[in-house]
Design a protein around this ligand. Structure first.
Ligand code: ATP
Length: 251
């Protein structure tokens, strides 16, 4: 469904993505795990096309030069040069790290903004679905985004992304800074979303443990390079992966 080959991203002369090959099939949940600065957000920006905008902004500010190389195919078409809005129209939707919800807008307004690509009927149906999957959001639908807890903000960010009718959802560190209970709620919801909306999901995280139960295939990123990949069981049984990403010491 989505296949990136030979992705390289340089921030000036710092190599942030080093020859990454990654793929995600229809209906799969793919996990990308890596420490701080491993390149997870850079990868998500590159797949969603936001990197084009970041590049342009840097150029306009007369700042550092960002270079992107490699190829991204989606449903058999090369989309490497498509703008983020064109990719979004085709169903590639990013739910960004740190949520980035609109703080001055209510929960409902945030969701409606997310639905700008949808028909009124689709938007209505998806809004109902978002409230079904995250009942807590319906209770606070009039509250300003800026007054939400971290967990509520993350539910809203995912809900807003769903409103954009994703076929492949890019979830960048959705669990960051959240309690174990909230993490479990979000992971359960993520699996339900995949099953019920029949979409593919790429999710990044620093720690694999909470996400692993729902991941079909995983990649390990280190210093911008994909150093390991495999189906869930393969990665789970690898001692290096276990100690670095599960916090499990081998005895
Ligand atoms: P985190 O978990 O901390 O969010 P990450 O895995 O998402 O990390 P990235 O944000 O992709 O990592 O960053 C990868 C590297 O690229 C880091 O060393 C970061 O400092 C650098 N970097 C990211 N954005 C820029 C930029 N606009 N200009 C220069 N360097 C950047």
């Amino acid at each position: 469904m989505l296949e990136a080959t030979g992705l390289m991203v340089f921030y000036e002369n710092m190599l942030a993505l080093n020859n990454i090959d990654i793929r995600c099939e229809a209906n799969q949940i793919v996990g990308v795990f890596g420490a701080n600065s491993a390149g997870k957000s850079t990868l998500m920006y590159t797949l969603s096309g936001i990197m084009h905008d970041i590049q342009k902004k840097e150029q306009m500010a007369g700042g550092e030069r960002i270079t992107v190389m490699g190829r991204i195919d989606y449903k058999g078409q090369n989309i490497s040069s498509l703008k983020p809005s064109q990719r979004a129209k085709r169903g590639i939707i990013l739910c960004p790290e740190r949520r980035r919800i609109f703080k001055e807008s209510s929960v409902l307004e945030n969701l409606r903004i997310g639905g700008y690509l949808a028909s009124p009927a689709q938007a209505k149906k998806t809004l109902q679905y978002v409230f079904e999957i995250f009942p807590a959001l319906e209770k606070i639908k009039k509250r300003m985004g800026g007054f939400l807890s971290g967990g509520e903000q993350q539910m809203l960010a995912i809900g807003r992304a769903l409103m954009a009718q994703p076929k492949i959802l890019l979830l960048d560190e959705p669990l960051l800074g959240l309690s174990p209970l909230m993490q479990a709620t979000l992971i359960k919801a993520t699996r339900e979303i995949r099953d019920e909306m029949n979409i593919a999901i790429i999710v990044t995280e620093q720690y694999a443990r909470p996400v692993f139960p729902i991941v079909d295939y995983g990649f390990i990123l280190e210093n911008g390079a994909a150093v390991m990949e495999g189906i869930r069981e393969e990665l789970m049984n690898n001692p290096d992966v276990r100690s670095a990403y599960f916090g499990v010491e081998e005895t």
